[in-house]
Design a protein around this ligand. Structure first.
Ligand SMILES: Cc1cc2nc3c(=O)[nH]c(=O)nc-3n(C[C@H](O)[C@H](O)[C@H](O)COP(=O)(O)OP(=O)(O)OC[C@H]3O[C@@H](n4cnc5c(N)ncnc54)[C@H](O)[C@@H]3O)c2cc1C
Length: 340
């Protein structure tokens, strides 16, 4: 059973730490809750926003509508054979706690995605990724509740239409479904580690680990992330604010004439991805502060709220950054964060 509360502060529910008021706020803990909720006159009348951990959101104003905080929990083993295990995980589980659960059982597949904030249910929304792994690599299917009629169905991995920080849930199906659980298959042995990305290899080498375990990789990722990214518990932020833009080879070659050191790496569909952080840094934004907000001193891609900053001002800063990158490089940065 749930209670709809009026006038709730969203400050504790977003990692930017932005103050904004939700006109209505409800916490749901089961599919049944969702099916009941959508029959209420209030749901029919008000706009809604599903909230997980609030780590990929920028609130630019009060939310005049209903915030649905998803706390559907549970980890269920669907199938276990000699070398793999298939799990169904409630969308309201904390992502990193789930990763640690897998790491502690020596189940492989999610270790590179250690320490990403937020909930399990939001992970397929933007196909979370880090250190060469994306959730699309391990996900079997996504269970959803249709917010029009309450029916429950499953999207196969293919039907989710995953792309770089994209899925069908962020595009054409946005706000139409509540993701209630995900099903994923992990390895119990013969793990296929991806340690070649970032500085994972260096950390393992420093520790004298030649044959890494699931835990060793997870520990390395956690160590690297802690040294590089601001912890939202101390400085408000939502991770990378923009996506790395994809450009064609011809445009890249053209840019290289003026900027021979521009970092690039293979993207989707034969395109090249270039580092948004590098572009922002070249425009002189890294480490800049404007009263209580700014661009992080070590990570140009991370916009920060040092305390008391407004979502509107952070969004203005993002747009100023976008405009200067467009002017200098003729590239339009796209936000990764959901701007509300
Ligand atoms: C310090 C830091 C580091 C980060 N690093 C990474 C990283 O390495 N890689 C990466 O990919 N991301 C990263 N992120 C971004 C963020 O952690 C992920 O996008 C995460 O999956 C968001 O989860 P959440 O529960 O907080 O989602 P929220 O911010 O609550 O919601 C995000 C969006 O998903 C929707 N949504 C949430 N739950 C559901 C649901 N159950 N059903 C339907 N829609 C839903 C919301 O309506 C919203 O549009 C980082 C963020 C921070 C703060």
């Amino acid at each position: 059973m749930y209670t709809i509360q009026p006038q709730v502060s969203l400050q504790p529910f977003n990692t930017f730490g932005i103050q904004a008021i939700a006109q209505y706020f409800v916490t749901i803990t089961s599919i049944g809750d969702v099916q009941q909720l959508i029959k209420t006159p209030l749901f029919g009348k008000e706009r809604h926003l599903i909230l997980g951990g609030g780590s990929n959101l920028l609130l630019t104003q009060d939310f005049n509508g209903l915030i649905i905080k998803n706390e559907i929990k549970g980890i269920e083993i669907l199938k276990e054979i000699d070398d793999t295990i298939t799990l169904k995980v409630g969308a309201g589980e904390n992502w990193h706690t789930f990763v640690l659960h897998c790491v502690n059982q020596d189940w492989g597949g999610v270790e590179n995605l250690s320490l990403i904030p937020g909930t399990v249910g939001a992970a397929p929304m933007q196909n979370i990724g880090a250190y060469g792994v994306e959730i699309k690599d391990i996900i079997d299917s996504v269970e959803v509740v249709n917010l029009q009629d309450g029916t429950v169905s499953n999207f196969t991995n293919y039907a989710c239409n995953f792309g770089y920080r994209e899925s069908i849930f962020k595009q054409s199906h946005r706000d139409k479904y509540l993701i209630s659980s995900i099903t994923l298959t992990l390895t119990k042995k013969n793990h296929r580690f991806n340690a070649s990305y970032g500085s994972i290899m260096d950390v393992l080498r420093d520790k004298g680990i030649a044959e890494p375990s699931v835990k060793a990789i997870s520990d390395a990722v956690v160590q690297i992330r802690r040294s590089k990214l601001p912890d939202p518990a101390h400085i408000g932020n939502a991770g990378s604010f923009f996506k790395n833009p994809s450009i064609n080879t011809e445009t890249l070659e053209h840019l290289k004439l003026d900027y021979p050191n521009i970092p690039s790496f293979p993207g989707e569909k034969g395109l090249k991805k270039i580092s948004a952080a590098w572009l922002i840094e070249q425009c002189g934004w890294k480490g800049k502060t404007f009263n209580n907000i700014g661009v992080h001193q070590h990570q140009a891609l991370v916009l920060v709220n040092y305390g008391g900053g407004s979502g509107k001002n952070i969004w203005q800063l993002a747009m100023d950054i976008q405009a200067s990158v467009k002017e200098k490089f003729n590239i339009i940065l796209q936000p990764e964060v959901n701007v509300i």
